[in-house]
Design a protein around this ligand. Structure first.
Ligand code: FAD
Ligand code: UDP
Length: 383
């Protein structure tokens, strides 16, 4: 008899499995239909022996010391600060937009105050700010919008920024200094031995049984269990009763090249050229040294594995219909990016899963993580 069956062994499922087993001594069966754990964060050594991310680059970043401390029980870290270059007007320029972006694109040599003034002079004021187009025009104006954001967004989402919630493009800040970090978060790092290895440590417990390559529906017919934790797409759970919730998909083209370095930066974005959005070279992320190098191209698609909930009002309304069905199933708990239809980063999914565990057992987050500090070894290994 299992206390919990968990559908999905990504961040959401693995965190719940780990806390339920270690803190509450619950018997857990975690099932994934893919042949591996770690969900979209899955990484592995490719044929050349290079650590690659099967489902595109995953960079861990968070402002939550709680989430960082929690994951640090299961991994050491490789210190890595993510930077991204965008190929615009035949130049490689920093994104988020900063002083150097304006210098490279327009030959403008500005100080921070002058940059603020410049942006105010080119911005198109929008009131209220509802869409992603509003957000960008409001802060940097039309030319930078066209150069850096419009084409990329149309490729990535199959929609114009004017059709997407403001939250999508609000993810990208604008900086009036030389800071070229992609994320401003306190903690930015990569699991030293990779995500899959970290998940292995999370799930390595006598109370946890892992079944891979299997749909949870095939398992629950034959096992006895008390409650279900579901981390797959919520519309699929309810047999698309209200119709399909739109998710954006991607196709990944992985290549290995017989050179030590393919490009000068880990990620190069292509807002206005090519069918792909970006190219990632993994060794820059992981710090691995190797005489060859592996890269991945990302081609956005409408059909295929669901990767991104699409933030726009009509989708939120459809999700709310499914959410109200979910609230009528007290023995099933919905958590994670697909099951709660939220455009969450990894750390947000970890936090959401920890909150669920605390709620299910009537403890607060501090009590849930009480044994975190005693057993954790938190240290950053310099690259
Ligand atoms: P998932 O990782 O999708 O896991 C859900 C699992 O459930 C899947 O493995 C699936 O196979 C399984 N499942 C579904 N249905 C069933 C079923 N019926 N039976 C059994 N199993 C089932 N976040 C960051 O913080 N930083 C990044 O740099 C970053 N980069 C990203 C890049 C890309 C290309 C993508 C797509 C996402 C990125 N993310 C990033 C987001 C990150 O991937 C997610 O926040 C996180 O992986 C979500 O975890 P999850 O457990 O909710 O979902
Ligand atoms: N974006 C863009 N140009 C870029 C990078 C991002 O227009 O060079 C937009 C695009 O719509 C993207 C969104 O900003 O989906 C959020 O980018 P982020 O890097 O946060 O997306 P992620 O890859 O993490 O989902």
């Amino acid at each position: 008899m299992f206390d919990y069956v968990i559908a999905g062994a990504g961040f959401a499922g693995a965190v719940v499995a780990e806390r339920m087993a270690r803190v509450f001594d619950k018997k857990v069966l975690i099932v994934d239909r893919r042949p591996h754990v770690a969900g979209n964060a899955y990484d592995h050594y490719d044929a050349a022996g290079i650590l690659v991310h099967k489902y595109g680059p995953h960079i861990f970043h968070t402002n939550s010391s709680e989430v960082f401390q929690y994951l640090s029980m299961f991994t050491e870290w490789h210190s890595y600060t993510h930077r991204v270059l965008a190929h615009v007007d035949k130049k490689l320029v920093p994104i988020p937009i900063n002083l150097d972006t304006l210098k490279l694109l327009y030959g403008l040599n500005l100080n921070p105050a002058q940059m603020t003034e410049y942006l105010a002079s080119v911005a198109e004021k929008r009131e209220p700010v509802l869409t992603s187009e509003d957000v960008v025009l409001n802060s940097v104006g039309r030319d930078l919008y066209e150069k850096m954001f419009r084409g990329y967004t149309r490729k990535q989402w199959g929609l114009d920024p004017s059709e997407l919630d403001s939250s999508v493009l609000a993810r990208i800040p604008v900086r009036t200094n030389h800071d070229d970090r992609y994320f401003g978060d306190t903690y930015q790092c990569m699991p030293l031995h990779g995500y899959t290895s970290m998940f292995g440590n999370m799930l390595d417990h006598k109370n946890i049984t892992v079944v891979l390559g299997t749909d949870y529906r095939d398992v629950i017919r034959s096992v006895r269990y008390r409650e279900l934790v579901y981390t797959g797409p919520i519309d699929e759970f309810f047999d698309y009763k209200f119709g399909k919730l739109p998710y954006r998909s991607l196709e990944f083209r992985h290549e290995t090249h017989d050179v030590a370095q393919y490009q000068i930066n880990s990620v190069i974005n292509y807002p206005n050229e090519h069918a792909y959005t970006r190219v990632t070279e993994f060794k820059h992320l992981t710090g691995q040294t190797h005489r060859k190098t592996s890269i991945v191209f990302e081609y956005p698609k409408g059909e295929g594995d669901p990767y991104y909930p699409i933030p726009r009002p009509q989708n939120a309304a459809l999700y709310r219909s499914y959410e109200s069905l979910a609230s009528g199933t007290p023995d099933v708990h919905f958590v994670g990016r697909l099951a709660t239809y939220k455009y969450y980063n990894m750390d947000q999914v970890v936090a959401q899963a920890l909150t669920l565990c605390a709620r299910l057992h009537g403890v607060n987050r501090r009590e849930l993580l009480e044994n975190t500090n005693s057993t954790s070894q938190v240290f950053l290994k310099a690259s």
